[in-house]
Design a protein around this ligand. Structure first.
Ligand SMILES: [Fe+2]
Ligand SMILES: [Fe+2]
Length: 140
């Protein structure tokens, strides 16, 4: 999973770092939990918990920025985030029941990088800046 791609760079350091952290975790997951049955249940569970925490924090940061900057696709964007959160929660529930759904995790991360990051986040990047460049009426 290649991380440094122009499409993944929003120009907002906080957002870019959060994306990077999630991708690093995803890469870790791929190497620990590949089809050769590597990794144990508690490691998988910990990783999913970390992913859920990072994702929740990131979605919150991103949505706050989109709202503040008046992003017209905020609602659709929030729905995509909610769907990812739900899928991660589903994987957590499965893991608690002893089912380590590695391909499920892989699918979530693939959809997240190829569809969400490169399409939805990229399209919203003008609204992911700390301050809109065109906004000269900012009062602080
Ligand atoms: Fe997003
Ligand atoms: Fe994002």
């Amino acid at each position: 999973m290649e991380i440094v791609r122009p499409g993944l760079i929003t120009g907002n350091k906080v957002i870019d770092q959060q994306h990077q952290d999630i991708l690093t975790l995803a890469r870790e997951a791929m190497s620990h939990f590949d089809e050769s049955r590597g990794g144990n249940s508690s490691e998988f569970h910990t990783l999913l918990n970390n992913l859920a925490t990072l994702a929740a924090r990131h979605f919150h940061t991103e949505e706050a920025l989109l709202r503040r900057n008046g992003c017209p696709t905020l609602e659709a964007h929030q729905k995509e985030h909610a769907a990812f959160s739900e899928r991660i929660l589903d994987l957590l529930m499965k893991a608690m029941a002893g089912n380590l759904d590695r391909s499920g995790l892989l699918g979530v991360m693939e959809d997240w990088t190829t569809h969400h990051l490169l399409v939805s986040d990229a399209a919203c990047s003008p609204y992911l800046q700390e301050r809109k460049h065109s906004d000269s009426t900012h009062t602080g």
